[in-house]
Design a protein around this ligand. Structure first.
Ligand code: NAP
Length: 160
């Protein structure tokens, strides 16, 4: 999973990102480029509102109960189906890119073995949250502090 969250675990408000951190967008692009990206329909809507197209250079897989048809993106009925589609690409890594509903389901089902987290300083108001991290389950692999934000990579501890 890849996420940018504030100290209060806020990740968005009114179906938009709260902050604009170019270095974070750059990191997101570098990490996900060429790999399948799985997202909830609302996150896809917010990407379409911002970019006017799906994320380029990545197989975009959108989870929805309503079977919408998009140009340049696959649609799946649930997370399992989305993962099956993503595996078919043969990529060595599959990214779950949000939002709150999809992160919560993926966390409950222990689907991720690595988390790329951008921790953003501050406690903004929001209406979408990342699930609470159980640090018994996660080990910090790397951390880069940049003042108002930090890039942290966590890996699932063996046998959790
Ligand atoms: N900071 C970050 O890193 C980050 C990353 C991504 C998103 N965000 C933010 O997160 C917010 C969006 O999150 P969200 O929780 O509102 O929406 P979301 O998780 O992006 O999408 C929710 C939608 O996904 C579909 N869905 C969810 N569970 C499903 C299931 N089990 N089976 C089938 N379809 C399912 C439904 O689509 P239908 O209604 O079409 O059925 C549902 O309405 C926005 O504010 C966005 O900016 C932040």
């Amino acid at each position: 999973m890849i996420v940018a969250m504030a100290e209060n675990r806020v990740i968005g408000r009114d179906n938009e990102l709260i902050w604009h951190i170019p270095e974070d967008l750059k990191r997101f692009k570098t990490l996900t480029m060429g790999k399948p990206v799985i997202m909830g329909r609302k996150t896809f809507d917010s990407i379409m509102a911002r970019l006017g197209k799906p994320l380029p250079g990545r197989v975009n897989i959108v989870i929805s109960r309503k079977n919408p048809q998009y140009t340049g993106a696959l649609t799946c009925q649930n997370l399992d189906e989305a993962l099956d589609q993503a595996r078919k690409t043969g990529s060595d890594e599959i990214f779950i890119i949000g939002g709150a509903q999809i992160y919560a389901q993926a966390m409950n089902e222990h689907l991720a073995d690595r988390l790329y987290v951008t921790h953003v300083v501050g406690q903004p108001e929001g209406d979408a949250f990342f699930p609470e991290l159980d640090m018994k389950m996660w080990a910090e692999e790397s951390r880069e502090d940049h003042g108002t934000y930090s890039f942290v990579t966590l890996s699932r501890r063996p046998s959790t």
